[in-house]
Design a protein around this ligand. Structure first.
Ligand SMILES: Cc1ncc(COP(=O)(O)O)c(C=O)c1O
Length: 338
């Protein structure tokens, strides 16, 4: 049996999730007639105490729609230099919105209110108009790091003072909520828009949700159509999302505990270099000395364990629904044997 740590996107639907999908009531969602999608969108809005939500095919699309709605061509978007919207969305901010990025060096993918404050352009015809701040929580390239709510609130304060919108790439926000005990409603109160992924640690095959005010989502729905994201009987996919929101949130604590166990096994080995703090389901660590990231990955692959080198010195491992306690024990033993 292969144990695949490359990403939490590799999960297959569980039998119970598949059953929920098979039983879904569906209709044409472009006409607003898919009952399962309507239910999922209402559920997501309720979780964050926002007015509305929009079901989309991917987290890249929900982020890009939000940026398009919040900006005008020529604007500037502030985010961390490690953020997904900046480094992994194919230059989408420039391509889709005609905006440019002010990328700030962060602490494990997190930026501060002071940094944001200093990065806002003054009212000056030479300067792009700063209109949006994007945060990512958890921060993928920060090793699944979590923001403290008070730090986000300070950023919100700066945004309000300067009339900037605040968007959250919350692809793994539920991991942050479970790890920190923070409340979804606080996020709904702070952010103008939130993107959450169903197809990552929540274990769905497809889908992300964009959440915001009624007016924001009405515009976002138009942009989703323009981006080619208007789907028809996609209630079969939304049913997986409804199932995941009911059944797959609390269990994220298991993934976090598994990540810590593997971290302990890695720390016993002299070839493990610096490891980013393990806060949620992502491990990012250096491999040095007698192993390189590639040789480490190759040796584990010989034991049917797949990990991902992400730089010449670093490896990433991500825990998820398809990795149970036995697999974690097998992985720890394999690491010890190297
Ligand atoms: C932090 C973050 N945001 C957004 C995305 C994009 O999601 P998708 O792959 O569904 O486009 C990812 C994907 O891994 C991600 O890690």
């Amino acid at each position: 049996m292969i144990i695949d740590f490359r990403s939490d996107t590799v999960t297959r639907p569980t039998p119970a999730m598949l059953e929920a999908m098979m039983k879904a009531r569906v209709g044409d969602d472009v006409f607003g007639e898919d009952p399962s999608i309507n239910e999922l969108e209402a559920m997501a809005a309720g979780i964050f105490a926002k007015e509305a939500a929009l079901f989309c095919p991917s987290g890249t699309m929900t982020n890009q729609i939000a940026i398009k709605v919040h900006t005008q061509p020529g604007d500037e978007v502030i985010c961390s230099d490690l953020s997904h919207v900046y480094i992994y969305e194919g230059g989408g901010i420039a391509f889709n919105s005609g905006s440019q990025v002010r990328a700030l060096p962060g602490d494990l993918g997190r930026i501060t209110a002071d940094q944001v404050s200093l990065a806002i352009n003054p009212e000056d015809v030479h300067k792009p108009c700063t209109s949006l701040v994007c945060l990512e929580n958890t921060a993928n390239r920060g090793g699944g790091s979590c923001y403290r709510l008070e730090d986000i609130r300070k950023i919100r304060q700066v945004c309000e003072e300067h009339h900037l919108k605040l968007h959250l790439d919350g692809a793994r926000l539920f991991n942050a909520l479970v790890a920190t005990g923070q409340r979804a409603k606080d996020y709904g109160e702070i952010f103008d828009s939130i993107s959450v992924c169903l197809s990552k640690s929540l274990g769905c095959p497809v889908g992300s949700l964009l959440i915001g005010s009624g007016e924001f989502i009405r515009t976002a729905r138009r942009v989703r159509k323009v981006f080619g994201g208007g789907m028809r009987q996609a209630g079969f996919l939304a049913a997986a999302g409804i199932y995941a929101l009911h059944h797959h949130i609390d269990r994220l604590a298991e993934d976090h505990a598994h990540a810590k166990k593997i971290a302990m096994a890695l720390r016993q080995k002299e070839f493990t270099g610096e490891m980013l703090p393990v806060e949620t389901n992502i491990l990012i660590f250096e491999i040095k000395g007698r192993h390189s990231p590639r040789s480490f990955a190759q040796r584990l692959k010989e034991q049917d364990i797949i990990v991902m080198p992400i730089s010449p010195t670093q490896v990433r491992m991500v825990l998820h629904l398809d990795i149970g306690p036995d697999m974690v024990a097998r992985t720890c033993a394999a690491i010890s044997s190297l």
